[in-house]
Design a binder for this molecule. Structure first.
Ligand code: G3H
Ligand code: 13P
Ligand code: ZN
Length: 320
């Protein structure tokens, strides 16, 4: 059993409390490899932002559970070396079983999400409560989810969302003991959220209704990538074949971050940035075969995207 505190990590409790009163959100950036982790830490140190390093179950399989633990510890030490001791959370994204959450906690995670949103309400409550009971024994924070986000399918439409029902949130929070709640108000996962011409509109009215029922309770937004059009164009300019798509307007996320939304998840925009940078090198320097020559620019572009998000969307700069 590895205790996250021994790795220099923190759980999300104090960060969320400050974020809610301060009117900003903590960035939750997904990572799978060293370059992504470096870009996240460099961006957060440069902007003095707290950060949630987020690992999906797929990322855990890809990177290896033991390596991840040392990478997280390395991230803490790396930030110090860069000169700012920012708070760093290691969080499981979309945990789907009690066993996975337990294993992550045993390998040094300071926060876990148990995503029971695809189960019926009672099963979701039961599973989430089981994870909370175990996690809290180890001072690990837990994120639950109510409502279903649209997936990464080609033709994601608003009708595919099952919005969170405000009448359920109070009961869910009380019965499960969760520390934060992911809600479905019109965001969706992946790079293909809406077709150009559609007008994405996150349901701030549902958010307000939820806040009324659980005032001051930390709310999480998943699927918050904005699919930057210049980056999509760059990918396609350098041989990519991405379909036209738009994401969640950053101004709407900024509004949400000013409320009880205190964690915003961003993965796809980072994936797009890395892909654009790598494609550019491959096309412009086809003789290049040193991975540092394309992963380096990818890391730089990723860092720039994260700095932009922190300063213009999350508002978490100078909050470390
Ligand atoms: O919400 C999902 C995250 O973007 C992680 O995606 O399961 O492909 O690692 P992944
Ligand atoms: P995006 O696909 O919009 O980046 O969302 C990521 C996410 O919600 C991770 O849990
Ligand atoms: Zn998600």
């Amino acid at each position: 059993m590895v205790n996250y505190k021994d790795l220099g990590l923190v759980n999300s409790q104090a960060l969320f409390a400050k974020a809610i009163t301060g009117g900003y959100a903590i960035p939750a950036f997904n990572f799978n490899n060293m370059e992504q982790m470096q870009a996240i830490i460099m961006a957060c140190v440069e902007t003095k932002s707290p950060v949630i390093l987020q690992v999906s179950s797929g990322a855990r399989k890809y990177a290896n559970q033991t390596l991840l633990r040392y990478m997280a510890q390395g991230a803490v030490e790396y930030a110090k070396e860069l000169g700012v001791n920012i708070p760093i959370v290691l969080h499981l994204d979309h945990g789907d079983t009690f066993e996975l959450c337990k294993s992550c906690i045993e390998y040094g995670f300071s926060s876990v999400m148990i995503d029971g949103s695809h189960h019926d309400y009672n099963k979701n409550v039961e599973l989430t409560a089981q994870v909370v009971e175990y996690a809290h024994k180890h001072d690990v924070t837990v994120e639950g989810e109510l409502g279903v986000l649209a997936g990464v399918e080609d033709d994601v439409k608003a009708e595919h969302h099952t919005y969170t029902q405000p009448e359920e949130v109070e009961d869910f929070v009380k019965k499960t003991g969760v520390d934060s709640l992911a809600i479905s108000i019109g965001t969706s996962h992946g790079a293909f959220k809406f077709k150009p011409g559609q007008e994405p509109q996150i349901r701030l009215d549902i958010l307000a209704e939820i806040e009324k029922r659980i005032p001051g309770f930390p709310i999480v937004l998943h699927g918050a990538s904005s699919v930057p059009q210049d980056i999509v164009a760059e990918i396609n300019q350098y041989g990519g074949k991405l379909k036209d798509s738009i994401g969640i307007p950053e101004a709407q996320l900024r509004d949400a971050a000013k409320s009880a939304v205190c964690k915003i998840n961003i993965d796809s925009d980072g994936r797009l940035a890395m892909t654009a940078a790598i494609r550019k090198v491959f096309v412009e320097q086809p003789a290049e075969f040193d991975p540092r020559k394309y992963l380096g620019p990818a890391r730089e572009k990723l860092k720039a995207v994260y700095i932009h998000k922190i300063q213009n969307v999350l508002g978490s700069n100078d909050k470390a």
